[in-house]
Design a protein around this ligand. Structure first.
Ligand SMILES: C[S@@+](CC[C@H](N)C(=O)[O-])C[C@H]1O[C@@H](n2cnc3c(N)ncnc32)[C@H](O)[C@@H]1O
Length: 270
């Protein structure tokens, strides 16, 4: 076991999606097996950690923007280990009474997040499977903190790669629970256009899915766009996550391969 902080909760010996992602972000919650899987991923695709960083930055910009639109409650599906600039920190920085329910499948992630949120009456983390929307939406903590008769922010940030098969019905189920004026945010990895990069990413996916307990999959732009069906995409629409309302001066180069493989978009529920 690594010398860095090891979360309370069930121990595991296989790398997890949350742990590898935490390692990519330079966080404190991963185990040695996560770091090994991360290093192996970087060997196959050296831009992987930068993509993780772009993803997290997209999440933060999205939450800030949703708060500016008046959103005061968030359901964050596949929330991951808490790192600096969590959803509740950004939202409550703007609005102290903003409510956040984090949901993750990984018990370690839930244990660490629960510890972190112990003194926060407006934010909780529950264990749940994004693929079981009924169970998530009926969870007593979700019902206690979130009021679905009012607009909410639904965050599906790099969690849908872990939903096998057609993610459409799952996303549709969550969307149907949201009040008009709510917002849905999705980020998702996609195959690169460049042949060599596509080969590297296929090698990464093969290695990742062999070592990490939750297999991930890529989706094409068309497949991701279809997940926004019956919503109104907010400008600039679905595109590189880095291009979604970037902070002034932070636009990435067109040939940035780390940016090219991560699509992001936000839509309003009519
Ligand atoms: C790549 S991380 C993304 C974390 C965070 N959303 C972000 O973008 O910064 C993916 C997270 O999804 C979680 N996850 C994977 N499959 C899941 C499932 N079926 N239900 C809920 N969470 C899941 C993993 O445990 C991990 O924490």
């Amino acid at each position: 076991m690594a010398a860095h902080e090891v979360p309370a909760g069930p121990s595991r010996t296989r790398a997890s999606a949350a742990g590898v992602y935490d390692w990519c972000l330079g966080g404190r919650h991963h185990l040695d097996c996560d770091a090994e899987a991360g290093i192996e991923a970087l060997r196959r695709l050296p831009t992987a950690t930068l993509t993780a960083r772009y993803n997290r930055e997209f999440l933060r910009r999205v939450v800030r923007w949703m708060v500016e639109q008046g959103i005061r409650q968030f359901l964050d599906l596949g929330s991951g280990y808490p790192t600096v600039g969590n959803v509740h920190e950004i939202a409550q920085d703007h609005a102290r009474d903003a409510r956040v329910v984090y949901v993750d499948l990984d018990p370690d992630t839930v244990a660490v997040s629960t510890r972190l949120l112990a003194d926060n009456p407006h934010a909780v983390c529950i264990q749940g499977d994004v693929c079981d929307p009924d169970a998530v939406l009926r969870h007593e903590e979700v019902r206690r903190l979130l009021d679905f008769s009012q607009p909410a922010g639904l965050l599906m940030i790099s969690v849908l790669p872990f939903v096998p098969g057609d993610a459409g019905p799952v996303v549709r189920h969550y969307k149907s629970a949201l009040a008009p004026g709510s917002y849905l945010a999705i980020s998702h990895v996609t195959p690169p256009e460049d042949d060599r990069a596509r080969e590297q990413q296929a090698a990464l996916a093969a290695s990742y899915n062999k070592t990490v307990e939750t297999p991930a999959r890529l989706r094409t732009r068309e497949e991701i766009l279809a997940l926004f069906a019956r919503t109104e995409l907010v400008p600039p629409g679905l595109g590189r996550a880095t291009d979604w309302r970037p902070a002034p001066g932070h636009r990435t180069e067109r040939d940035d391969q780390a940016a090219a493989v991560l699509l992001g978009g936000v839509a309003r529920i009519p």
